[in-house]
Design a protein around this ligand. Structure first.
Ligand code: BGC
Length: 484
């Protein structure tokens, strides 16, 4: 083994400018994930105070909770066009400004209508950032770091949810829902600050015909790389894409139907197994399980949901390439379904107790079992459906339809998240908590069967292999039965 090759790349020479730019890109992807997660998590602690101050019905409470996802669906759909026209950098800054404005509208809202408008604006910002930031990071990161940058985004979402729960807990004493929602302006402002010194991606500069800027950006990412040859490669890839660039019609042709059905169904099923009903309404669920002080509810939510989600996501990041997608999904669905079945069973008794006593009671045996089952549910989600669904969505489409097809699947995911969070409380009043949790458990069974029958194993295959597999029945059949 020769060591001379490593001499010019010794740390003091390489590290300086490259590390600063890449740290900046890391900060951008981290802050974008934090924004996404904070927004998913924060509402669970804010609902009580909003209900008290605005005297709103359950339905309005559901709108306040869920319309952030409708805004995000719109944002995700336009983000691709914005990122192409204005550049990734300007798009991310715009999303952060929108987000900050939305957070301030929420925090200062005099009534529920303005609050809902704030939620929509915030959601739109999150939706745009949820597409533009990973795209920017993927284009900025050298190939060897790309996977790690994408995992960083997953992890940041769960850390964002955890921080939101922590803020909810700290502010739960002072009915500080306005502060809980307003605090989300902080990561948004930090995101703008992180973005200012960074260039746009070399790929976007090339697309926009700005080769000099592209060279400068390439040098800042990795000064040891030969900028001219990298630039030629990017130019060739951009030209190739442009010649093949598919219209919306191509995305829906029979040729790509199978991956589109897989992407959209996985995106929807991920939500129909109830994850965001639990993330958003955790405090209410723990209240119904007998955790009667806001303090004990927030603590249960913080640790049982928030912390477990972060830790189990670490596990997924480590194992997803070793275990394969299908086994992780199928083991995860099994654990999720069983734990939801247990939660539903516990609520037969909990609903009965809640209906017959108005006096406060501490967490009963059933309440503790519910807490443990929810821990199992979150852990199983976080190592399976949470990250793996996004991995699959990003790898099953051929390059020329990927952008549009991923946008369709992402929008379907936000739409399904909206359906669940919009109707969860209504569902509970219609079919009881037990019915709602068993329904989610039923969707875990559907997801298990869908994965087994429809989803091929993609671990260890290159994107080109996956692309050709869709047109090759033998290859597809082999990938369907591969379990290791
Ligand atoms: C889902 C989000 C969810 C998060 C929880 C993501 O994979 O798409 O809807 O809130 O996981 O960690």
């Amino acid at each position: 083994m020769t060591t001379t090759a490593s001499v010019p790349t010794s740390p003091p020479l390489r590290r300086h400018p490259m590390t600063r730019t890449l740290l900046g890109v890391g900060a951008v992807i981290m802050l974008a994930g934090l924004l996404f997660g904070y927004d998913q998590g924060v509402i669970s602690g804010a609902l009580d105070g909003i209900k008290r101050d605005f005297h709103v019905s359950t339905f309005v409470l559901e709108i306040i909770t869920s319309w952030v996802t409708l805004g995000a669906m719109g944002g995700a759909l336009v983000a691709g066009v914005l990122a192409d026209r204005l550049g990734r950098r300007v798009t991310i800054v715009l999303a952060s400004i929108l987000f900050t404005a939305g957070a301030l509208i929420e925090a200062l809202a005099p009534g529920s209508v303005i609050l809902v408008i704030g939620r929509l604006v915030v959601g739109f910002g999150v939706g745009v950032a949820s597409v533009a930031a990973p795209l920017y990071a993927a284009e900025m990161a050298p190939a060897r770091l790309r996977g790690r940058f994408v995992s960083l985004y997953q992890l940041a979402i769960t850390i964002g949810i955890f921080i939101a729960y922590l803020v909810d807990y700290i502010l739960s004493h002072s009915s500080g829902w306005r502060a809980m929602l307003g605090v989300s302006a902080v990561p948004a402002i930090l995101l703008v600050l992180a973005m200012i010194p960074l260039p746009d991606s070399p790929r976007w500069y090339v697309k926009a015909g700005r080769r000099d800027d592209a060279t400068r950006a390439l040098k800042r990412v990795d000064p040891t790389e030969n900028a001219t040859s990298s630039l030629d490669e990017i130019q060739a890839a951009v030209d190739d894409d442009a010649s093949k660039e598919a219209g919306w019609g191509t995305v829906f042709t029979a040729e790509w139907r199978r991956p589109l059905v897989i992407g959209v169904c996985l995106a929807v099923l991920q939500q129909f197994t109830g994850i965001n009903a639990i993330i958003y309404y955790a405090n209410q669920i723990f209240a119904a399980a007998g955790f009667n002080s806001p303090d004990s509810q927030s603590l249960a939510t913080l640790w049982a949901i928030g912390a477990v989600n972060v830790v189990a996501t670490f596990v997924a990041v480590a194992w997803v390439d070793r275990f394969g997608r299908k086994p992780l999904l199928m083991i995860g669905c099994t654990g999720m379904g069983l734990s939801l079945a247990v939660v539903g069973a516990m609520f037969i008794r909990l609903d009965h107790v809640n209906a017959s006593t108005s006096a406060s009671h501490g967490p009963t045996g059933e309440g503790i079992v519910t807490l443990v089952a929810l821990v199992v549910f979150i852990a199983c989600f976080a190592f399976s459906l949470g990250p793996v669904v996004w991995t699959i969505i990003n790898e099953i489409f051929p390059a020329h339809v990927r952008g549009k097809a991923v946008a369709v699947a992402t929008a379907a995911n936000w739409f399904a998240a909206w359906v669940v969070s919009q109707f969860f409380l209504t569902l509970v009043s219609l079919i009881t908590s037990t019915g709602a949790f068993w329904l989610f458990a039923g969707f875990c069974v559907v997801t298990f069967v869908f994965v087994q029958k429809m989803v091929p194993e993609t671990r260890g295959r290159t994107l080109e292999d996956i692309q050709s597999m869709w047109g090759d029945p033998d290859e597809l059949a082999a990938a369907m039965i591969e379990h290791r």
